[in-house]
Write a protein that binds this ligand. Structure first.
Ligand code: NAD
Length: 338
């Protein structure tokens, strides 16, 4: 926080706008304000919490409030929250008066290890995840794991899923460390967060606009996003990380079926993820609708479904074409056998 204060004071900002949701307003804003010693006017904007509010309508409300409160091109936006606030706030900042500076202060585990890092911003549209948005790097990502003290357990697990993904695609030893979750209270959380950020950052720096290798970070997300969107459409939203965890099981199955990984490795992934996350309750009649959602995935090329899949331990491949039949078989396996 000291670094954040020093950074803000070193810049010529006219004002600082802090975006929170109602939870981070209550649990995190007092700590931020206590530790932020800056000589600039501060305004607070609060939005409703949850994925269902990650919409353009919420953005319009924030843009209007910023205008009413006199934000200008030298205003700094600080997003204080989970991935919803950092994604939406980053998009609002990137577009307000053609773009103002933004600093992310992530408060959920998922936002610390993933959403706040890498410059992807945006909102959902008509229930489709991240349909509108852009790439825009924050000036600083200020991580303070003390914010996690008030994070509900299921939000912890949601973030843990993205860390597991980092282990599977890039660092098998890290995966092994993370699956020992019953001993999580003995682990050094700062060191784990740091490891995840390093893995993500290395990929992002090589391919900021996701033309190639950055796609590997989407392992588990083609199916995971479809599960998440399907549940959202059913008015039964599930946590992002829970959907990604289940997506990783299905995509590990496809990796095995395509002979990219051994069956024993698939079993290891399935067993360990299932020990942490509950199975999602779908039926065979819903497979077609779930696949239709995957056909919206941003990684698809010429209407062909392109997945990021595992290739042995600590490695992954992108632009792997997967047919409707292959996905259907994998979902059927998920529904009937797991
Ligand atoms: P979230 O922002 O909805 O936060 C989860 C819940 O935890 C919310 O109710 C929030 O108010 C609460 N919360 C946050 N910090 C808290 C704290 N310290 N104490 C108490 N409560 C707290 O969701 P999330 O899981 O953080 O992020 C999910 C979003 O991130 C999704 O929209 C997903 O698409 C996005 N995401 C983006 C990227 C990216 O690269 N931009 C990557 C992964 C995920």
């Amino acid at each position: 926080m000291q670094i954040l204060s020093q950074y803000i004071d070193s810049q010529q900002y006219s004002s600082v706008f802090i975006l929170t949701d109602s939870h981070t307003y209550q649990y995190c804003l007092p700590t931020l304000l206590e530790n932020l010693s800056i000589d600039k006017p501060i305004e607070i904007i609060e939005i409703e919490p949850g994925e269902e509010h990650k919409t353009i309508e919420t953005c319009i409300g924030v843009w209007q409030t910023m205008t009413e409160l006199g934000a200008d091109r030298k205003t700094l936006m600080i997003t204080l929250g989970g991935g919803v606030v950092t994604d939406l706030g980053g998009f609002v900042a990137a577009t307000f008066k053609r773009g103002i500076d933004c600093v992310n202060v992530p408060t959920s585990l998922l936002a610390m290890v993933d959403a706040s890092v890498g410059g992807k911003t945006g909102v959902d549209l008509n229930g489709f995840k991240n349909e509108v948005g852009g790439f825009s790097f924050p000036k600083i990502v200020g991580i303070d794991s003390r914010f996690l003290n008030t994070l509900p357990k299921e939000e912890w697990l949601s973030g843990w899923a993205e860390m597991l993904k980092h282990g599977l695609i890039a660092d098998y030893a890290y995966w092994q460390q993370l699956i020992d979750i019953n001993n999580a209270d003995k682990m050094d959380i700062d060191q784990l967060i740091y490891r995840s950020i390093v893995i993500k950052n290395e990929v992002v720096l090589e391919d900021f606009e996701e033309q190639n290798i950055r796609k590997t970070l989407n392992f588990g997300h083609t199916v995971g996003h479809a599960f998440e969107t399907f549940c959202l459409h059913q008015q039964q939203p599930i946590k992002h990380g829970y959907a990604v965890a289940e997506g990783m099981i299905v995509e590990a199955y496809i990796s095995w079926q395509k002979k990219l990984i051994e069956q024993s490795y698939f079993e290891e992934i399935k067993t360990n993820i299932r020990a942490i996350y509950p199975k999602l309750d779908f039926c065979s009649e819903q497979i077609e609708s779930i696949i239709a959602l995957m056909q919206h995935d941003k990684k698809n090329i010429n209407k062909k479904m392109m997945f990021s899949l595992l290739k042995d331990k600590s490695k992954s491949l992108y632009n792997q074409e997967v047919s409707v039949e292959e996905v259907s078989k994998a979902l059927n396996f998920y529904i009937t056998q797991l």
